[in-house]
Design a binder for this molecule. Structure first.
Ligand code: KG4
Ligand code: ZN
Length: 362
């Protein structure tokens, strides 16, 4: 089995995968309670939490799953991209475990983890496919041709898709992470009527841009008197508990209108990329792939084009270590990326996939 560690941002995650691909353990320790009052992730708090949580999680996993670390074939770890302090804790801990158990280390790119995560829950998925990594830090539209063989068709030129959800939610007074809150509110408000602009419309590009949308949301919130700046941020449950009012309805309308434009933006990019590539499989991954509105839109696109649509389960969309274990196992089987000289491995805020140049889409 391979033990995988993921600490690129604010969640400490550990997974164990058998050499036949069976997931033995997939545990996540969320730090959300430590960060939400600040409206975002505080890097110093995140690394401190990882350093106290990882040893506890290892002991917990050994006991809960009754596993013997003598059976480990390798340790996998996310080495990039992400918060450097958080990554450093994971990499240092993984090196220590690899040293202690005398096994090699497999460094994994967090984005490759997300990109290949749909394999975890969809045994029929095969390369090549058109995948979108939509997370809090990235919005990459990628042709996944094979293991380690990727072509970048488009990426965000400003904010990431998850960032757009979080910023919109924050302007409406919601705690971090705002994506799941907007998702739930939109599902309960089927006829939103604010027409937000589609960014980069008419431009010959498969890139994304979400910062203009942020301004449009701010204007809509200000016009309706619901823009929040200094007030205490609230959760979905606290919002639901408020008595019904025009104010509450305006918040719902803005959140649902924003969700609706995000569905359209992502639907269109996939549609255009499919026209260019002729691919027969699409997948969305990363935290934003947990979003029901976006999954529904892509499901409709797949139906229209008679192609297959894949996405990970909700747990495997957001940051987790199963996706890191999945990538590591694939490389291990092919005898690639196995680092015997792992003491030299460094964490990095950027990875090859995160800075990959755009392929020509003409
Ligand atoms: O992949 P992820 O867990 O971490 C990064 O690598 O960034 O993604 C986190 C992002 C956050 O911006 C969060 O608001 C967003 O994913 N997210 C969602 C949903 N669940 C998480 N966005 C929209 N709808 C959701 N249901
Ligand atoms: Zn992620």
């Amino acid at each position: 089995m391979i033990l995988a560690i993921e600490t690129s941002c604010d969640d400490s995650a550990i997974a164990l995968i058998g050499m036949d691909g069976t997931l033995i353990a997939n545990e996540i320790s969320s730090q959300i309670d430590f960060h939400e009052k600040y409206g975002g992730v505080v890097p110093e708090i995140a690394s401190r939490q990882h350093s106290t949580t990882l040893p506890l999680m290892i002991r917990f996993i050994q006991q809960k799953y009754n596993v013997n670390f003598k059976d480990l074939k390798a340790i996998a770890v996310t080495y990039a991209p992400g918060l450097i302090g958080s990554l450093l804790v994971g990499v240092s801990y993984a090196k220590t475990l690899a040293w202690v158990h005398d096994v090699p280390l497999i460094p994994v790119d967090h984005l490759e983890g997300h990109l290949l995560a749909p394999f975890l829950d969809n045994p029929d998925l095969q390369f090549p496919y058109l995948g979108m990594i939509a997370s809090g830090g990235h919005s990459h539209l990628v042709v996944a041709k094979g293991l380690g063989n990727y072509e970048l068709l488009g990426k965000t030129i400003d904010d990431a898709a998850g960032e757009a959800f979080d910023k919109t939610a924050k302007m409406l007074g919601f705690k971090y992470p705002g994506g799941p809150i907007i998702d739930r509110i939109a599902a309960e408000y089927p006829s939103p009527d604010i027409k937000f602009p589609i960014p980069l419309q008419g431009k010959k590009t498969l890139n994304f841009s979400f910062s203009g949308l942020k301004t449009a949301v701010r204007n809509a919130a200000m016009e309706r008197g619901v823009y929040k700046e200094k007030e205490k941020l609230i959760s979905y449950d606290e919002f639901q508990a408020q008595s019904e009012s025009d104010h509450k309805n305006n918040v719902r309308n803005i959140a649902a209108s924003f969700q609706s434009i995000m569905n359209k933006i992502i639907y269109r990019r996939f549609d255009e990329a499919l026209k260019k590539t002729g691919l027969k499989r699409i997948a969305i991954t990363g935290g934003v792939a947990a979003n029901d509105g976006i999954k529904k839109a892509l499901g409709e696109l797949a139906k229209k084009r008679k192609i297959n649509f894949y996405h990970p389960t909700r747990k495997n969309c957001t940051d987790n270590a199963a996706m890191i274990a999945n990538v590591a196992l694939r490389y291990y089987i092919e005898g690639r990326n196995i680092d015997q000289d792992f003491l030299k491995l460094n964490a990095s805020p950027r990875s090859p996939l995160s800075v990959m140049p755009l392929a020509s889409v003409d």
